[in-house]
Design a protein around this ligand. Structure first.
Ligand SMILES: [Zn+2]
Length: 216
């Protein structure tokens, strides 16, 4: 009886946190959702699987608590270490000083620009660092380069990399969020474009840069 109440309670809490996350895209709500989900899985496994298997020598309880209690947090921690610490380190090759970038970078305190030595044109933001490839500068006009930098600065400002990372974890771990994460990511792109357009006073360069990149 007690376990059933806990089970229903944790499922409802998981759904509530998910719904709130959908509305606010606030990162801590995503993790609250995941904790509740892990807890639900924990109770459910103990209740159904361990009872059914007879739980010889308490092995089942032991395995379930180790897998969910350590496995899930360790998997999340490893993803975090790689995505958050190792990845940026690999890309920080060349500090950029391109004249026109200075005043734009000042719009977002702490933001830095790095040039990646690759012909393939792409750009991304990780935490407060913006990475733009040499190939990007080759194919875009000055105004379009500005638009791309501003778009990425928009991501820094709205903390997209943290939200993206969270959305990726959600997609891995949470079954209810599987169909939703792309919407979160699309919203991040729209907001970043809107930031660039608001500074430039037009959507023209954001759009033409995107058109060129889609063709490249
Ligand atoms: Zn973007």
């Amino acid at each position: 009886m007690m376990e059933t109440v806990m089970l229903v309670g944790s499922i409802l809490a998981a759904l509530l946190f998910f719904w709130l996350w959908k509305r606010t895209r606030s990162v801590w709500l995503a993790y609250a959702h995941l904790s509740m989900l892990t807890f639900t899985g924990f109770v459910l496994s103990l209740q159904s699987f361990c009872t059914w298997s007879g739980n010889a020598l308490g092995m089942c309880t032991w395995v379930v608590s180790k897998v969910l209690g350590y496995g899930v947090p360790i998997a999340v921690a490893l993803t975090f270490v790689f995505g958050w610490i190792v990845m940026p380190f690999l890309y920080k090759q060349r500090f950029a000083d391109l004249g026109f970038t200075h005043k734009l970078l000042r719009l977002v305190p702490g933001a830095r620009l790095w040039i990646v030595d690759t012909a393939k044109p792409y750009a991304f933001a990780l935490k407060k660092d913006v990475f733009i490839t040499v190939g990007m500068f080759d194919i875009l006009t000055k105004k379009e380069q500005e638009a791309v930098l501003l778009h990425e600065l928009g991501h820094v400002r709205q903390k997209t990399s943290l939200r993206k990372f969270t959305a990726a974890v959600m997609r891995l771990v949470s079954p209810v969020s599987a169909f939703y994460t792309h919407k979160v990511l699309n919203a991040e792109e729209r907001d970043a474009d809107a930031f660039a357009a608001s500074i430039q006073g037009t959507t023209r360069y954001v759009l033409s840069a995107r058109a060129k990149l889609n063709k490249a």
